[in-house]
Design a protein. Structure first.
Length: 239
């Protein structure tokens, strides 16, 4: 679904659903470190690291579109340079903020990938200039084939067509150690892309998370066999 919505749905009173709700409300912002990026930086004041800071700072690329930013999960405050290993996480929500004023090329479209191993960026060039229609067709094809989402499939696609901020609930939580962000394009085709904030909410645990599929959702070892609406929480629940 794009743009993301803040639709609120009630969760039943059964112990199973009450436990599921407790898990959802206990989510926190997941910490990440920027490992690499290929979009350039407009200046030292508009660095890629600004993108993962929830403040008024902004990341301004030099590329006009399809800029990639690679993030590594950093629960202990690690800096860049990781190539393998590390703690796993389960991603459930993506938060996107585009600067509302003062910038010529605010972000419009972005894709997010969740991966276990450090990706080879060139292998994701097939998603350059990807459209909402292509994303919808990909998900529909996976359902038709009865397959789960592949690791190389996008975990989220957000189009800020009519707004500046969005919180997207992943239909299927995704587990991994790396996040690849593909900044597809700005609202206006200018000379670059301006991003205020990309945040990620979910769960952290010592054991590996099962891969989410189209038939089953597993978060931190807990099987959440809930309908899509039951798995939604309101944006007011997100600090």
């Amino acid at each position: 679904v794009w743009p993301a919505t803040g639709e609120c749905a009630a969760v039943g009173r059964s112990p199973r659903r009450a436990h599921a709700r407790h898990l959802l409300l206990s989510m926190s912002l997941l910490p990440f470190a920027v490992v690499s990026h290929d979009g350039g930086e407009f200046s030292s004041d508009y660095r890629a690291e600004n993108m993962i800071k929830d403040d008024m700072s902004v990341y301004c690329t030099e590329l006009q579109r399809n800029a990639n930013v690679l993030l590594h999960f950093a629960p202990h405050g690690e800096q860049t340079g990781h190539t393998r290993g590390g703690d796993p996480f389960a991603l459930t929500h993506v938060i996107v903020k585009s600067p509302e004023q003062g910038f010529t090329a605010p972000l419009r479209r972005v894709m997010v990938f969740v991966l276990w191993d450090r990706p080879i960026i060139s292998e994701f060039r097939c998603f350059d200039d990807y459209t909402p229609e292509q994303y919808a067709n990909l998900i529909a094809q996976r359902r038709k084939e009865g397959q789960g989402l592949q690791q190389s499939d996008p975990a989220a696609y957000i189009d800020l067509l009519d707004g500046w901020h969005a919180i997207q609930k992943l239909e299927f939580p995704r587990a991994g150690r790396w996040v690849l962000v593909k900044l597809l394009r700005a609202k206006n085709y200018g000379s670059n892309i301006d991003v205020q904030f990309l945040g990620f909410k979910g769960f952290v645990g010592p054991r590996a998370f099962a891969t989410a599929s189209l038939a089953q959702r597993v978060v931190q070892g807990h099987d959440l066999r809930l309908s899509s609406s039951e798995f939604t929480i309101h944006v007011c629940d997100l600090p």
